[in-house]
Design a protein around this ligand. Structure first.
Ligand code: F6R
Length: 251
């Protein structure tokens, strides 16, 4: 595990974009796992700039998003499909057929979850997976639980997640209570993982993820077992960590 700690949100975004861009430069046909939420927006912005300046192309990249709300039309501005189009896909040269996001509108959710897993496998697995982290330690929508859910599955969102995500909706009643998410095994099979976190409200879950017991009650703690994971943190998200272990760039 490496922990890169930078000054602020923009430096975190740039650092994460550089890691992703390097992956795409080294392997133009990379399979990239992506996250939504407020944390990676700046990273996507830097990726778009890298594309516009000719540094990277998404022509041969395949993407798999971590999750999608259940029963929210993809044209709804709060859907993760809409988010991805707005922040990345409509702004770069990725072919539509290379974009994969779970479909939360299908009748047979179980079948959709199996299809998603198969697609990932058919593409040879995920080369690099981007993650955010919930204040409750969730990754993807793997909420605190008594067991790790292995593969892509339907999730009942945690009350805290519903409250946290209500900031994107006009009222809390509009926040979907279910989602489809990659499972912990799906995430852990990625060859590399980059987790981004910014802000003091993430400091506790970051601390627990890195130093805490490995437990499904704090799903991100499982990342301690991944052979190639990097946490890119701003100093607010990192403030509880032991400074000796950080690759600090703000001193
Ligand atoms: C989003 C996702 C979630 C978020 C997490 C943090 O695809 O899987 O795990 O990464 O909820 O969200 P923000 O970045 O909004 O704090």
């Amino acid at each position: 595990m490496r922990i890169i700690c930078v000054n602020n949100y923009d430096e975190m975004s740039e650092k994460a974009a550089n890691i992703l861009a390097s992956q795409i430069i080294l392997k133009p046909e990379s399979v990239v796992g992506l996250a939504t939420g407020s944390t990676p927006i700046g990273m996507y912005d830097h990726m778009v700039r890298a594309y516009e300046s000719g540094k990277i192309s998404f022509q041969r990249v395949t993407t798999f998003n971590l999750d999608e709300y259940f029963n929210l039309d993809k044209n709804n501005p709060q859907s993760y499909y809409f988010y991805m189009k707005k922040n990345l896909y409509d702004k770069v040269d990725i072919p539509n057929e290379n974009i994969n996001i779970p479909n939360g509108m299908v009748e047979d959710i179980e079948r959709e979850c199996i299809r998603y897993e198969k697609e990932i496998r058919n593409k040879g697995g995920i080369d690099i997976q981007v993650l955010g982290i919930g204040r409750n330690g969730h990754i993807g929508f793997n909420e605190p639980d008594i067991k790790f859910e292995a593969l892509t599955h339907m999730v009942n969102l945690d009350e805290q997640t519903i409250r946290d995500n209500s900031r994107f909706f006009s009222s809390i009643e509009e926040v979907p209570t279910k989602a489809i998410s990659m499972g912990i095994k799906t995430i852990m099979r990625a060859k590399k993982i980059v987790l981004l976190a910014s802000g003091k409200e993430k400091a506790e879950s970051i601390y627990e993820a890195i130093y805490g017991k490995i437990t499904p009650t704090l799903p991100a703690s499982v990342l301690q077992l991944h052979p190639d994971v990097v946490f890119v943190l701003d100093k607010d998200a990192a403030w509880k960590l032991d400074s000796k272990e950080l690759d600090k760039e703000y001193l």
